[in-house]
Ligand binder design. Structure first.
Ligand SMILES: [Zn+2]
Length: 162
């Protein structure tokens, strides 16, 4: 999936989580967007790959695309690392939610993801789409509408608490 789809996916997932948690929604969404971009560090042409070209090249050489950085192992390792270096649970939660949303969205592409890395098995949904295709535009639109609805829910909850 493309960067913009991942961004709106990260926003939607963090807003959904914000409905059931007491974390600051702005912190969750900010961290969620960053987390949603992080797995594509394995791809030099991605937003985050262009920001950190050297790291991106190294990760790509070592693991290839949609491999280690799109796996459960990566999410667990990053979770352990973040918990030790970032003292703000809301930021850690947002980053992990964003990363998970990224991996789930990429499971909707033909290539799938190496979810169980180091096992070399590609995991994808029964229905998949081409990156940048028409279906991805529909997914993008649906996620945008959903995130607007979730924002509306949060705002009305906030107003009713005043
Ligand atoms: Zn990806």
């Amino acid at each position: 999936m493309q960067g913009n789809t991942h961004i709106v996916g990260g926003i939607t997932a963090s807003l959904a989580f914000a409905q059931i948690s007491n974390d600051n929604p702005f912190v969750l969404v900010g961290a969620g967007v960053l987390g949603a971009l992080l797995p594509d560090i394995c791809h030099g042409g991605s937003k985050i790959g262009r920001t950190f070209p050297l790291i991106s090249k190294m990760v790509n050489k070592l693991f290839g695309h949609r491999s280690f950085t799109h796996s459960l192992l990566f999410v667990v390792l990053v979770a352990l690392l973040l918990q030790t270096i970032i003292p703000y649970p809301s930021i850690v939660a947002g980053l992990l939610i964003g990363m998970s949303s990224h991996i789930i969205l990429d499971m909707g592409t033909k290539q799938g993801v190496k979810l169980f890395f180091p096992f070399n098995m590609s995991v994808r949904f029964p229905l998949t789409t081409r990156t940048g295709g028409k279906v991805e535009k529909i997914v993008f639109t649906l996620l945008s509408v959903l995130s607007l609805y979730l924002s509306y829910e949060l705002i009305s909850r906030f107003i009713s608490e005043i």
